[in-house]
Design a protein around this ligand. Structure first.
Ligand code: FAD
Length: 619
């Protein structure tokens, strides 16, 4: 252990992850906590880290309240509809009422925003989206964070949260290691804001082998946002609500601008509007939800998946009409240049010019995240002025662990935040974290050297395991005494794919499959004690895998608990194929006991706050 030097840092606010939510949190923490010590720790480099690393072409969440375009209530109704009723409306409203101010700051900071030439307003791509030249999006928000923090640590992966040993259920900081130097870092903190993004690669991806990194969701997002809180016993919500995306095949290029701005549409191989064909069948499953406008994302996926199973594929996006207009053709290509250059390369390699050939679409493997058309994540307190008692315990965006906050993909129940909403949620969490310290809630935290030393041993164990077990390699990378991170990852992905509703089964699962999946995940957990890492990069892979595996257990437990198919098109419970509002119009909340590793689950009411308030006003 001596070869891994230990560094200690004491601070007030520790931000884990410097993506959209993390940069927002770091920036806002300085605003409210002028004299506080604020540290941000990032696994990569905050200039180009997180889901927005490559850039974006649209800010997907902007109300436009200054022009009366949308109000927060409208956004709550929109997210509620898209998630088949299951959202935390207090969190969604709170984000929506603040998100415009975030976007206005991005504009001031120099993010190139497209403007409508006639009105002078931000150019709309759709009701909620505004268009940007977003290649520089991430460096711009990173600069704001860099100017606000006392220190940004890049290339440090946080592996565990520290817990206070003086007061039960209170956070005390976090630990991790530097992936370049191999040094061990202890951050003793009064508050921790987890903003570590979502989880890709827990389900087997469509692209395997050489193409394995080609997923829709950022391949480096490994579920730390979930595993860190789950490991210390924080409550989680809606973890069954994984997302499946309909995107251009193989490159996963975005379709939003195509649908909304270019007005392209989809058809099956025979040139038919297949969505209509599945209307009656979908109505049988989900009732009147299919008549909602806009059609919920999962239900559009459902029609796609059913049509493909029925042999109507491939499904195409009809681009050949829109691309005859030179302006729209330019927009279509530029859309990829700002965020998914790879899609243009895929088309070039397959001789597809969308002006003459309609490109193919696909549905992705499932991902776990909290900021898109899905809302898996931590169960957090809402804002004081909006939240009913079950949703409020003192500080906005605080998890069920005192002093531990979350934002962005970390937070469950609040869908459709996207980049701007995640940054905004980071700001909200930071403001509350500072208040928590000012209210003297973080006095007397005790983190012993023993706790820190124990984690140090655990963190570097995969290096030791490899050091010894490599002597027993029988061929290639095969050894009876250790598994490598890639072997463990592939095993995890197969379990999730085949038992928990991945692409292998067309997103189908049931109680028996989930039970078996949980058994296999438990054995994987046991074997992960023997994961070996030959270098520091593989050490990172080992810890990413452990975080993915814990996240997967939680996803599987939730999927088992909700005995209905609430989101056909995201996954199906074959033994409960229908949406069941009588029994399951509720949120699911889990807690893993850190001592036993056992999960317990409960139903929590879903409150439709926006329309309830309006009903009250009217009466
Ligand atoms: C393909 C794709 C396209 C999208 N398109 C749009 C769009 O067009 N418009 C839009 O508004 N939004 C879009 N989004 C959504 C937007 O990117 C996310 O909502 C937003 O990035 C979520 O913010 P976050 O901070 O939670 O996660 P991220 O921005 O992903 O940040 C998480 C950060 O945590 C770091 N991290 C992870 N684990 C650790 C650890 N253990 N220790 C330290 N650091 C860690 C990561 O490196 C990363 O920097 C898109 C997302 C994806 C994936």
């Amino acid at each position: 252990m001596a070869k891994h030097k230990t560094h200690f840092e004491d601070c007030d606010v520790l931000v884990v992850g410097g993506g959209m939510a993390g940069t927002g949190a770091t920036f806002e923490a300085r605003h409210w906590g002028r004299d506080m010590k604020i540290i941000c720790v990032e696994k990569a480099n905050i200039d180009r880290s997180g889901a927005v690393a490559q850039g974006l072409y649209a800010i997907n969440c902007y109300m436009g309240m200054q022009w009366g375009e949308n109000q927060p209530e409208d956004h709550v109704r929109y997210a509620r509809n898209d998630l088949m009723g299951m959202v935390r409306e207090d969190l969604g409203y709170d984000m929506a009422r603040h998100v415009d101010s975030t976007v206005h700051m991005f504009d001031e900071w120099g993010l190139p925003m497209m403007k409508n030439e006639k009105t002078g307003r931000y150019l709309r791509e759709g009701k909620w989206q505004i268009m940007i030249h977003g290649e520089s999006y991430k460096p711009i928000v990173a600069e704001a964070a860099k100017k606000s923090a006392d220190k940004i640590y890049n290339r440090i992966m946080i592996t565990h949260l520290l817990m206070d040993e003086a007061q039960e259920n209170r956070v005390g900081g976090a630990v991790g290691f530097n992936m370049r130097t191999g040094d061990y870092h202890v951050f003793r903190a009064k508050t921790v804001i987890v903003a570590a993004g979502g989880a890709s690669h827990i389900f087997k991806p469509r692209a395997v082998g050489e193409g394995m990194g080609r997923t829709w969701y950022a391949p480096w997002s490994n579920g730390s946002a979930y595993a860190l809180p789950i490991a210390v016993g924080a409550k989680m919500t809606q973890m069954e609500n994984r997302i499946v995306l309909c995107r251009f095949k193989d490159g996963y290029g975005p379709v939003g601008a195509y649908f909304l701005h270019l007005k392209t549409y989809t058809q099956n191989a025979n040139g038919e509007n297949y969505e209509k064909k599945w209307y009656d069948q979908t109505k049988e499953l989900v009732g009147e939800y299919i008549d909602h406008h806009p059609t919920p994302t999962c239900l559009r996926n459902h029609a796609f998946i059913q049509e493909t199973i029925a042999g109507g594929g491939p499904i195409h996006m009809v681009t050949t009409e829109a691309f005859q207009d030179p302006h729209l053709e330019t927009v279509g290509w530029e859309n990829f240049l700002g965020m998914t250059v790879g899609q243009a390369v895929v088309w070039a390699s397959q001789n597809i010019d969308p002006k003459y050939t309609n490109p193919e679409l696909t549905t992705s493997e499932p991902y776990v995240m909290g900021s898109h058309a899905t809302c898996s994540g931590a169960w957090v307190s809402g804002p004081e002025d909006l939240s009913p008692p079950e949703y409020f315990w003192g500080y906005n965006r605080m998890l069920t662990i005192d002093g531990l906050f979350g934002a962005g993909d970390t937070v469950g129940g609040s869908a459709h935040k996207f980049s701007s909403g995640s940054f905004t949620e980071g700001r909200l969490a930071a403001k509350a974290a500072v208040k928590y310290i000012q209210d003297k809630k973080a006095e007397g935290i005790k983190v012993t050297d023993k706790q820190c030393e124990d984690f140090k041993v655990a963190i570097f164990k995969p290096l030791e395991t490899y050091q010894v077990a490599q002597n027993e390699i029988t061929g290639g990378t095969v050894s009876p005494s250790y598994i490598s991170p890639i072997q463990g990852l592939q095993r995890l992905q197969r379990i999730m794919d085949e038992y928990v509703g991945g692409i292998a089964t067309n997103y189908m699962t049931n109680g028996n499959m989930l039970k078996r999946g949980l058994e296999l995940l438990a054995w994987l957990e046991e074997d992960l004690e023997k994961v070996g890492a030959e270098d520091l990069h593989q050490l990172m892979r080992a810890w990413e895998l452990k975080h993915r595996a814990l996240t997967s257990q939680c996803v599987t437990e939730h999927t088992m608990f909700r005995e209905e198919t609430r989101w056909p098109g995201y996954y199906y419970r074959g033994d409960h194929m229908k949406l069941d509002d009588d029994n399951w119009h509720c949120l699911t909340v889990s807690r893993r006991d850190p001592k036993t590793g056992k999960f317990s689950l409960e139903k929590v009411p879903v409150y439709h706050i926006v329309d309830e308030n309006e009903k009250k006003k009217a009466s």
